[in-house]
Design a protein around this ligand. Structure first.
Ligand code: IPD
Ligand code: CA
Ligand code: CA
Length: 272
């Protein structure tokens, strides 16, 4: 394969450096939806990534979150999240990343998630494994949901229509806990390197997931939707995990979808 991954790594590193520079200056945010933040750093990072990708691969299509993409008829399609974790970023909370994934004829073939705060470059190529700063990574061997650590996220739009708090509650009580880091691509990268056993979320976009999904697969994990059906970048939800906890999580999710919760949420007075 041409050096798609190497080029994406180089571009992600450059864009991550640019983000880190803005992060230190603390940039102002604007709202693109009621609670959906965007900053000049998102736009500057996207402009840089799209310019570099177009220079290297002029015929390829690019789908980029802030709208700076480039539609072509190519079988190659890049998915660019120039700043994943914008809400964190805008508040000075150092959990954010650059995420770049590449699809060929509908199959994910390369993916990079770069976290400039920790200097961590996660990279994967289809059939060639997943790496963190050049060292091979694998999903955790933990076999049990009750001994696992999971993560999820909540979307920035239609927040009152999102039922994820029910899944959060049941999963938190069935495991060591559920983290909400605020950057979906980092959550997926952490499943790939074994820091988390599982991640799920409703309503993510292709640029949030493309690179991270390939990382999880190449690290030996499983990715489906929350019913256990084949994963789609356009799908309504994602469940990624180390493979060993998959069935247990699907069983729990199945109960929640059917309205049979293992634990009722306590009344507030119960904590007083
Ligand atoms: C968001 C983050 C967050 C997730 C949201 C995403 P953005 O991406 O990944 O963790 O919960 O659903 O929209 O907007 O910061 O690129
Ligand atoms: Ca994102
Ligand atoms: Ca983003």
């Amino acid at each position: 394969m041409p050096p798609f991954l190497e080029t994406a790594v180089e571009i992600a590193r450059e864009a991550g450096g640019l983000l880190a520079h803005y992060f230190d200056r603390r940039v102002a945010f604007e709202l693109k939806g009621e609670f959906d933040l965007v900053t000049e750093a998102d736009r500057a990072s996207e402009a840089l990534i799209v310019e570099r990708l177009r220079a290297h691969f002029p015929s390829h299509a690019i789908v980029a979150e802030e709208g700076g993409g480039h539609e072509t008829a190519s079988e190659y399609r890049w998915y660019v999240d120039p700043l994943d974790g914008t809400t964190n970023f805008a508040h000075g909370y150092p959990v954010y990343n650059v995420s770049i994934g590449l699809e060929r004829a509908g199959e994910l073939v390369a993916g990079v998630v770069y976290d400039p705060s920790r200097g961590e470059m996660f990279a994967a190529e289809a059939g060639a494994g997943a790496y963190l700063n050049h060292r091979r990574i694998r999903v955790s061997a933990c076999p049990k949901l009750e001994a696992s650590l999971a993560a999820t996220g909540f979307p920035n739009y239609l927040r009152t229509k999102n039922a994820n708090i029910h899944f959060y509650y049941q999963l938190a009580l069935a495991s060591h806990g559920v983290r909400r880091g605020g950057a979906a691509a980092i959550d997926l990268a952490y499943v790939a390197c074994g820091r988390l056993e599982a991640f799920w979320e409703f309503g993510l976009k292709p640029w949030d997931m493309a690179a991270g999904v390939l990382l999880v697969r190449e690290a030996g994990g499983a990715v489906t939707d929350m019913h256990g059906r084949p994963f789609s970048l356009q799908g309504p939800h994602i469940l990624a995990n180390n493979g060993h906890t998959h069935e247990q999580i699907l069983e729990l999710f199945g109960e929640i979808f059917a309205g049979r919760n293992r634990h009722r949420m306590p009344a507030v007075e119960a904590s007083l």
